[in-house]
Design a protein around this ligand. Sequence first.
Ligand code: 13P
Length: 251
Amino acid sequence: MTRRALMAGNWKMHKTAAEAKLLAEQVAAFGQGVTDRDILLAPPFTALGGVAEAVKGTGIIVAGQNVCWEEQGAFTGEISPLMLKDLGASAALVGHSERRQIFRETDEMINRRLRGGLDQGLTMVLCIGETLEERESGQTMEILEKQVRSGLAEVAAAQMIRVVIAYEPVWAIGTGKTASIDQAQEAHGFIRRLVVDLYEKDIAASMRILYGGSVKPANIDELMAQPDIDGALVGGAALDAESFGRIINFS
Ligand code: 13P
């Protein structure tokens, strides 16, 4: 089964609305003629509308960096799936390690967010990954299994078509340290086998698993050559149009 590559930029808490719009236009220019892979941009909430407008008609997917499970209500500081769609977004990230570590989001909360987004028709990118301490104590696969199982709890097989998993080892995020190609492929293969167990072979075979953590123009080709790496979730290098342009045009 061939999976369509998904090249995603997570802009985190960077860029004003005007700066984001400009960057989106530049990315769209680099993405022109790219027809065999998907491009996704996750700007801050405040820039979503402008970015969606800037990439209209290009096929670029616009995503929120998080999403609440409710449509509306007393949830100060949260953004609902309907609000994301209203601004032109069709996807959302959940479970990013910065949400887990800094803002103490739990597996249960992340699962609710994921299901809430799926129920409203969004494509959901479930981010998972072990910390350095967990890797060094040999717990990597156990942690990944826990995050996948709880993240996908009660997600129906029919909805899995809109689920993407992003494997981002926490120790590789923003540190300049990329997981070795073998470490990345090993984790991706493990995640795919887990999805076979949880669902079925076809679902696992068509599900995209992205790698994230210090992805750069210099390492993207090698990463994308791995059988179970179907794309990238890029932080720092996605803030520069030329770098991200090179990443989306990997060979
Ligand atoms: P960096 O590419 O800056 O390491 O960030 C990765 C990431 O967290 C993307 O979500």
